[in-house]
Design a binder for this molecule. Structure first.
Ligand code: SF4
Ligand code: SF4
Length: 137
């Protein structure tokens, strides 16, 4: 199995630093790959990344919620969304996303839709090559 980063991710990058097998890659370019991606072939399911995530975006694959109920105010960031998010990652670098939308309290979102893009990032997307284009966001 693997852990999966979902579209609740706001690119804080804390998870990248704690992963003992360095299998979390930044999505680049961010408008095509809005979050961070876990290499499913390398992840050892240690769970160290989960508590590092300030927005609760990371789940074991079989626990990704099909009906995530929003507290209200959190964002999802997916290709096709046209909202805007600005913030800073835990290193203080600005994060700007034009694929983000704030959720309303009680709104439900199927986060299992974010599982396949994680696999695609490594199969047909940039995969580890994303490190070469990493702009720190
Ligand atoms: S810690 Fe959470 S918000 Fe930050 S990059 Fe990782 S998954 Fe995304
Ligand atoms: S579960 Fe462990 S090995 Fe897998 S991505 Fe998270 S920190 Fe890395």
């Amino acid at each position: 199995m693997t852990h999966i980063i979902t579209s609740l991710c706001l690119r804080d990058r804390g998870c990248i630093e704690v992963c003992p097998v360095e299998c979390i890659l930044p999505g680049q370019p961010a408008d095509k790959y809005p979050w961070m991606y876990i290499d499913p072939d390398t992840c050892i399911d240690c769970g160290a990344c989960v508590p590092e995530c300030p927005v609760g975006a990371i789940f074991p694959q079989d626990e990704v919620p099909a009906a995530y109920t929003a507290k209200g105010g959190e964002y999802i960031s997916r290709v096709g969304e046209t909202g805007h998010y600005e913030g800073a990652n835990h290193l203080g670098k600005q994060v700007v996303l034009d694929t983000a939308r704030q959720l309303k309290a009680g709104e439900t979102v199927d986060l299992t839709a974010d599982i396949q893009p994680n696999y695609d990032f490594f199969k047909s997307g940039p995969g580890y090559g994303a490190k070469d284009n990493d702009n720190g966001m």
